[in-house]
Design a protein around this ligand. Sequence first.
Ligand code: SF4
Ligand code: SF4
Length: 227
Amino acid sequence: MGVLKDFFNLVKGMTITGKHLGRHAVTIQYPEQKMEMFERSRGVVVLLSDKETGELNCTMCMLCMRACPTAAIQIDAPRDENKKRVLNSFVIDNTLCCYCGLCEEACNFCAIKMAPLYEFSTWNKDDLVWDVKKLQEMGRDVPYEDTRKKKPAAADKPAAEKKPAAAANPGADAKPAAPEAKPAAPEAKPAAPEAKPAAPTEKPEETKDEAAPSKAEPSDDDKKGDV
Ligand code: SF4
Ligand code: SF4
């Protein structure tokens, strides 16, 4: 009875194995095979550099250090006599990091990022404390989108902000030209009105006589009346 049960279990196991023989494998043979990580996967924390100059993007604002809940980030950047920060050390202790990503969220300068890198195992714990040189080296080839606001170069400033060049405005230095000459005097006064018309001529005598008959010589009718 026991032999029969063992044979039954053997057949059952071989059947399950046979079912999966033609299926796609869900595991890989690490370290011979390695998975390609997604860009936003949360791997080791690194420091990013400018794509053109190669200098660190970090401005030493300390926000990531304050945001880190495990105190894995330690930055030493005192101010010099010009009130400018000088980076003495930037250390991340990977034995403390919990890969929460808060440091990346706090940074406004695209300077710190969780890179899709996961192979940093070591026999010595001290090797997991990375200084700024190691952090920059690990982040060299990490792709990222540069969202920093860059100051416009002098050549890129709009023409309106530039002072007018002397060549472009040759008369700028010279005093402004004298105002235009005063307008000519108003035209001469119009000629005096024409002479008054001559005095009316003497009335004709005949008209006088008709208008005012003389009293000295009464007419014939007047004489008859008197009689
Ligand atoms: S991922 Fe989290 S724990 Fe790790 S350094 Fe950044 S803030 Fe600290
Ligand atoms: S990595 Fe970012 S948040 Fe941290 S100190 Fe540098 S600029 Fe500030």
